[in-house]
Design a protein around this ligand. Structure first.
Ligand SMILES: *Cc1c(COP(=O)(O)O)cnc(C)c1O
Length: 417
């Protein structure tokens, strides 16, 4: 069956997948917390899993289910669950699946809050090895008999290390290990996680999928690559029927339902509006990022640029194979030593100094003094975080305006006073 293009799917899936009534082309926002059944046997059957349906919106609601179905189809998965935030999706998934005494291999280059959460898991008695996921050998060396999963991000921020997902995916498949990939930096329009043997995809819907910076959300998608019958932690009551659903069922019950990081129906609506233009926006942001990276790399006041699309990036060869239609829209650069990072940020007129990623607007952040302020100078050095480093999340503005904003701001250093 020939697959439609991404934008075609993004703007038509809603009315095709979901039972939208009265001619509406977009799923309605249903706010009810509770659901009644004409025949009381109905609610009993739903509680017992004999029939699909909604009973209480912490676990499921029509608006959120509609979004889940769209996201699942776009990822080519077996099912998806949405959460209130990306962190809600990550924490619920890990807490639902892993046990004390087990071992997980995790990327050394992680989103800061995810890294912090890994520390919480360690305090609960889950062992974690932090490895350089740009090298398969480090993953192989960290393997232990009690290893249950490998977890990494596609492109890490701020230094833009690209994980060797294809090699790690193949290894996890051979070993029968769960492979969890956070694809927030490279949404499905430029990266096919299922084809790379990811088992579960976790993602922040707050970032590129929404794009507009007005809503929080997260999701986990089961790609169908993993055989849950081989996973030792699925509780007996969830080992019913189709084994492809066992993992998500446990994440839904033990994660979403019990921990309660539920996506609000209004948020599902706001996310789905953003998603309609995801492919167009991602394309534009990736094009802008490559052009801006090229401009900054040639500028005398910039010491170094980190962007996977540049041929001198250490993992450019991996990025070229993993991603299509772009290299993401996150880039970092280090300003020349003698120059003041704060002065540069203040001189930018168009670019916003803010901590967020995947927004339609271009954002800049001095990372050492903000998101890494809790770390020591030594820790920052180990992570490759220079005091002169600025992270950019490149937006969808017209590229000439972005280049002239940076050009003008950098030229200010030439002027006395
Ligand atoms: C932002 C982010 C998250 C967390 O998402 P929230 O929606 O902010 O909770 C997780 N992983 C990555 C890579 C992120 O950039």
């Amino acid at each position: 069956m020939s697959r439609q293009g991404m934008t075609t799917q993004l703007v038509h899936l809603d009315r095709k997948n979901n039972n939208i009534e009265q001619g509406a082309v977009h799923s309605p926002t249903t706010n009810s917390v509770l659901y009644e059944y004409e025949d009381a046997q109905g609610i009993i059957d739903v509680f017992q899993g004999k029939q699909a349906g909604h009973v209480y919106s912490r676990s499921s609601s029509p608006s959120v289910s509609a979004l889940q179905e769209m996201i699942n189809e776009l990822e080519g998965g077996e099912g998806a669950l949405c959460f209130a935030t990306g962190m809600g999706a990550i924490s619920s998934t890990f807490l639902a699946l892993f046990r004390q005494g087990e071992h997980i291999i995790v990327s050394r280059y992680l989103f800061g809050n995810t890294r912090s959460f890994m520390g919480t898991l360690e305090s609960f008695g889950i062992q974690i090895s932090y490895v350089d996921v740009t090298k398969l050998t480090e993953v192989i060396d960290a393997y232990q008999p009690n290893t249950r999963a490998v977890f990494c991000e596609t492109i890490a921020n701020p230094v833009t290390q690209v994980a060797d997902i294809q090699s790690i995916g193949r290894y996890c498949k051979e070993r029968g290990i769960l492979f969890i990939v956070d694809n927030t930096m490279t949404p499905f329009v430029i990266f096919n996680a299922k084809a790379m043997n990811a088992s579960l995809v976790v993602t922040s819907l707050t970032k590129y999928l929404s794009g507009h910076g007005n809503v929080l959300g997260g999701a986990v998608i089961d790609t169908g690559n993993y055989d849950w019958q081989t996973f030792p932690n699925i509780q007996p009551q969830y080992q019913n029927g189709d084994a492809s659903q066992w993992g998500l069922t446990q994440i839904k019950k033990k994660g979403l339902r019990d921990l309660g990081a539920t996506l609000a129906p209004q948020s599902a609506h706001a996310i789905s509006i953003g998603m309609e233009t995801l492919a167009l926006r991602t394309q534009k942001a990736c094009d802008n990022a490559l052009k801006l990276a090229t401009f900054l790399a040639s500028h005398e006041k910039i010491e170094r640029v980190f962007y996977p699309g540049l041929s001198n990036h250490p993992q450019h060869y991996i990025a070229r194979e993993h991603f299509h239609d772009g290299y993401g829209a996150i880039l970092s650069f280090t300003l020349a030593k003698a120059l003041d990072v704060v002065a540069l940020l203040n001189a930018l007129e168009l670019v916003i100094c803010a901590t967020h990623l995947g927004d339609n607007r271009t954002l800049a952040l001095p990372v050492a003094a903000t998101i890494y302020a809790e770390n020591t100078a030594k820790e920052r050095a180990q992570m490759g975080i220079d005091d002169q480093m600025i992270r950019l999340s490149v937006g969808i503005e017209d590229i000439d305006d972005l280049v002239s904003d940076f050009s003008r701001a950098l030229n200010k250093f030439n002027q006395p006073g």
